[in-house]
Design a protein around this ligand. Structure first.
Ligand SMILES: C[S@@+](CC[C@H](N)C(=O)[O-])C[C@H]1O[C@@H](n2cnc3c(N)ncnc32)[C@H](O)[C@@H]1O
Length: 276
């Protein structure tokens, strides 16, 4: 569905991952049902808010790297989440002011809040759509009106693919086949190899009762998502380890020698499409 002109009803009776994530990040755009579900996850994994912040910081560093090193000036952020502090378009447009950004999320609350944030910013749009339909999304005039697919694009799939069940290869191909050489794919994903599977199962149950179920994938499966790209250094690593010293982004500093499993709960990587 494209939500260009109509803001659909927002369901406040079922927890939504966008609003739970907002709560983890300390935001206010969430409802009692989201806070209850998120508090259940935090009770099981107290590091969740920090991991969410680290994931968000990875998004910012990956964006900055694409702008600075890859010369990318247009981004499509799939499963963008609610606007928060220092969003992708702010990171990109700070370095390269003409950068164009399209945010895509299937939760209509993202559109409602994004509109207010982006008023007057003609280089940035929010679309309500399901990323599982690449053909429909890539034909949406709200997207094609801003993004030129003959030029490199930074495609972001940050902390969203674990909300998509099944084989992701055809879905990724649906996007990557459309991207020009020199495009980038940045992704992060919940790591199945996190310790304590008992608690992980309980978290999965929490999300099963929300609008999106959660699929854990192994490091190899996550690496496979970037198999068609040249992987940027340092490869597939916990989100906080992806170029933690890059300038321009704030992030919580990891304690030296911190090897707790929670620190690798989210794996992240960035790939560059060469000769597609
Ligand atoms: C954990 S948040 C991540 C937000 C942001 N990418 C980040 O990492 O900071 C996951 C987001 O993906 C969205 N999402 C889940 N399934 C989706 C789908 N099928 N299509 C589009 N968005 C989806 C949720 O609504 C939510 O906003």
């Amino acid at each position: 569905m494209s939500g260009k002109s109509v803001i659909p009803d927002i369901d406040t009776t079922t927890a939504h991952s966008a609003r739970m994530y907002d709560y983890y990040l300390g935001g206010k755009d969430n409802y009692a049902v989201d806070r209850k579900a998120a508090d259940g996850v935090i009770a099981l994994f107290p590091d969740t808010p920090r991991i969410a912040a680290e994931n968000r910081a990875f998004m910012r560093r990956a964006t900055a790297a694409m702008v600075r090193e890859g010369g990318v000036r247009q981004f499509v952020d799939l499963g963008s989440g609610l606007p928060t502090v220092d969003n992708l378009h702010e990171v990109a447009q700070r370095t390269a002011p003409g950068s164009r950004v399209v945010y895509v999320d299937n939760d209509p609350i993202v559109l409602a809040h994004g509109r207010a944030l982006l008023e007057g910013n003609g280089l940035t749009r929010v679309i309500t759509a399901d990323l599982r339909d690449p053909d429909g999304l890539l034909a949406d005039s709200a997207l094609t009106g801003l993004i030129d697919f003959d030029r490199p694009v930074g495609l972001m799939m940050i902390s969203v693919l674990h909300f998509i069940e099944g084989d992701l290869a055809p879905l990724l191909a649906g996007y990557l086949d459309r991207l020009a050489p020199g495009s980038y794919l940045a992704l992060s994903h919940v790591n199945a190899e996190n310790a304590d599977t008992g608690r992980a199962d309980l978290v999965r149950n929490t999300y099963r009762n929300s609008a999106s179920s959660l699929t854990y994938r192994t490091r190899d499966e996550i690496a496979g998502l970037l198999a068609g790209c040249d992987l940027l250094d340092p490869g597939i690593v916990p989100a906080w380890r992806w170029r933690p010293d890059s300038a321009g982004t704030a992030e919580p500093a990891p304690a030296a020698g911190d090897v707790r499993p929670a620190r690798s709960a989210i794996l992240a990587g960035v790939g560059r499409l060469a000769g597609r």
